[in-house]
Ligand binder design. Structure first.
Ligand SMILES: [Zn+2]
Length: 289
């Protein structure tokens, strides 16, 4: 009799064991596929290379030449660099609120090492080009900062960010135009804007003026510059002897961004030497203090 009772309880126990795995097994498959966390960056709009850049206010300092319609006359959509073309304005919508170099109407007057692209509504910030995340961290007055390495010693830096795509970490590859962050005002910022820097060979360059067709031309043989300058040396203001009889009437093409940059001790007559100092003069255009 006792054997029968044991037999029944054992059978019940077995039945229990037999039925238990099923309820445990059913939820497992549902947990197994890790639900990919939806990211706002997946649904972000694509970066657009706009054909013009408006200044926020013509009264802002250090904007460079501005046209009658408040458009930056220096602006071109892409920065030509050794690492390829980079977006000159890697934001959704923004106006230029501050240029590169020494500025006087903001703060106490200091060297500004990038350009400011403002939008009170924020918006996405895009990778200016293909590259790798070099760093993403908080840097005091810069606030939340993302720095990308585009190769060939070309970096871009994005500061005052509201947030960075949490999936980005040093070494992660990003595609040109990929939404990587959101504009903010972290750190020392008076309003929502992107502080955008271009760093080439460790030197902070003007993201608005660097790598325009005008400036990259002298990097080639330099022939274009000499051809333009030959008919009429436009830089006689430097006191260069007018060795040539050509009348100073045919002004060279109205190339932008030469204002205030005539400081290089550059004899226009020496410009005919592609390797001379004048050939490199346009490279010094970014007004660095
Ligand atoms: Zn700035």
């Amino acid at each position: 009799m006792a054997r029968i009772v044991l037999g029944v309880s054992a059978a019940l126990a077995l039945a229990g064991c037999a039925t238990e795995p099923y309820p445990m097994a059913t939820p497992a498959p549902e947990v197994a596929p890790p639900a990919p966390a939806p990211s706002i960056y997946d649904g972000a709009p694509a970066a657009v290379a706009r054909n013009e850049l408006l200044v926020c206010s013509p009264l802002d300092s250090n904007l460079g030449p501005v046209g009658a319609d408040n458009q930056s006359l220096e602006y071109t959509p892409y920065i030509q660099t050794a690492a390829g073309a980079l977006l000159r304005v890697p934001t959704e919508q923004a106006c230029l609120s501050s240029g590169f170099g020494y500025r006087t109407t903001i703060g106490t007057g200091s060297a500004h090492t990038g350009i400011d692209l403002a939008n009170p509504n924020g918006g996405f910030v895009f990778a200016a080009g293909d590259g790798w995340v070099a760093s993403e961290d908080y840097r005091g007055g810069y606030g939340l900062v993302l720095e990308l390495d585009h190769g060939r010693s070309v970096h871009t830096l994005y500061a005052h960010l509201n947030e960075i795509d949490p999936r980005l970490h040093p070494g992660v590859f990003v595609h040109a135009g990929q939404a990587v962050a959101r504009m903010g005002r972290t750190g020392n910022a008076t309003g929502v804007h992107l502080h955008y820097e271009l760093i080439v060979d460790g030197v902070k360059e003007d993201p608005l003026a660097y790598g325009t067709p005008y400036q990259t031309a002298p990097l080639a043989p330099g022939a274009q510059v000499t051809e333009v300058g030959e008919p009429a040396p436009a830089d006689n203001a430097l006191g260069a002897p007018p060795a040539q009889a050509s009348a100073p009437d045919a002004a060279p093409e109205a190339l932008p961004d030469t204002s205030g940059d005539q400081t290089p001790a550059c004899d226009p007559n020496a410009a005919y030497d592609p390797n001379g100092a004048c050939a490199e003069a346009p490279e010094q255009a970014p007004p660095k203090p």
